[in-house]
Write a protein that binds this ligand. Sequence first.
Ligand code: SAH
Length: 462
Amino acid sequence: MDFLPIFLNIRERPCLVIGGGNVAERKVSLLLDAGARVTVISTELCDNLKELQEQNIIEYRQGEYTEDDLSGKALVIAATDNHAVNESISSWANQHNVPVNVVDNPDLGSFIMPSIIDRSPVQIAISTGGSSPVLARTLRSKLESMIPSAYGRLGELMEENREMAKQVFSSVDERRYFWERILSGPVVEMVMAGQDARAREYLSQEFKDAQNKQHHDVGEVYLVGAGPGDPDLLTFRALRLMQQADVVVYDRLVSKQILDLVRRDADRIYVGKERSNHAVPQEDINHLLARLGKEGKKVCRLKGGDPFIFGRGGEEIDTLMQQEVPFQVVPAVTAASGAASYAGIPLTHRDYSQSVVFATGHLKDGSMNLNWDGLAQPNQTIVFYMGLQGLDVICRELIAHGMPSDTPIALVQKATTPEQKVVTGVLESMPQAVKDSDIKPPTLIIVGKVVTLHERLNWFQH
Ligand code: SAH
């Protein structure tokens, strides 16, 4: 993060704009909207600023600024058309810790002005860190059209009821649950439809009901599949639950980008799962989830890929079921689908493969207890999860059970992420090829004739 986004309260605070042209005027009008006391210093004023001066809305001083003018200001905007002047304003202000923005050179100042979507009291500020104002504006117009103007009134309604919520609900969590429920209920539609009075009535009824019911919020565990890595592959439901969780329990396969989408204030518990070094034993994870749920928490158990494909999701909900903790399961794109799509290897194909099997390639005591005869079938694709360490065994056993030694095989490392790497070869020579490479887990193994399609259909490149 190059900048810290904040919203500054400058109501009744002295702010200084140096410069009197159109650019200065736009900044002045923003400062006035935020309730600041604005002084403009400039050799001359454009018509609109003149008008503001005549109406005593701004204070104006004709001439050059001095350092005394800068000192003690809540913020300063350098908007002259003289680059050297702007530069000396910013250099003094920076030295004296007065927040300063330089309109023609954002790098000089201590803060930059974002693109704004104003639905006061709701405000959205967008910044590209100065890298592309056009990109910021494009995003802004997208959001403008997505966020109805009624959001402002919705914000007001909530503001009006903040005190009430504090009286009715003593804890922060209770208040948050209440508002989350309200915001996913009919009140929003009422406000959007302009039926504010009805919305107010509904809300006050909700408060009354909450006061009468001594209700105890039970927790819930969300067993959420996070997909193979690319955050765009999350489901809507996954994202929604990630954003309302109090605690997130995640492991190594969950990418940082995805973790960044979890509600900021949520506690994060890492229960990593390194190969053969389970940071927290599965049994403990099961009990941890149950305990957090019983404490009334909304727990997001975030797992790589799909929770029910080599994810031990079944064991986790089994414990929750036994201990009567409510839960829900959110499916996701499993590594096989992600790797297949992003590597251009269709798992089935009319010419090559009429079935696909997902198998675990996890080594136990140096071997794999699999039905090799069933796997080594022609016209079938086999996908091995967790198979990198056991690649030797996989290739040897498949050949031993009748698969031609030149059967195509692909390894897909970190599928769907910018570090995706695909290595293709044949059963016989792949183990050696991998020893000579720097392929790392997580890696998925795909065996079958469909692998030959990779060369033609490979579309995902960085
Ligand atoms: N529940 C997960 C699988 C967990 S088992 C799912 O549905 O995808 C862990 C194995 O999944 C890893 O050893 C690797 O074989 C595979 N895997 C998970 N994410 C992957 C990725 N982004 N790229 C390649 N393989 C991946």
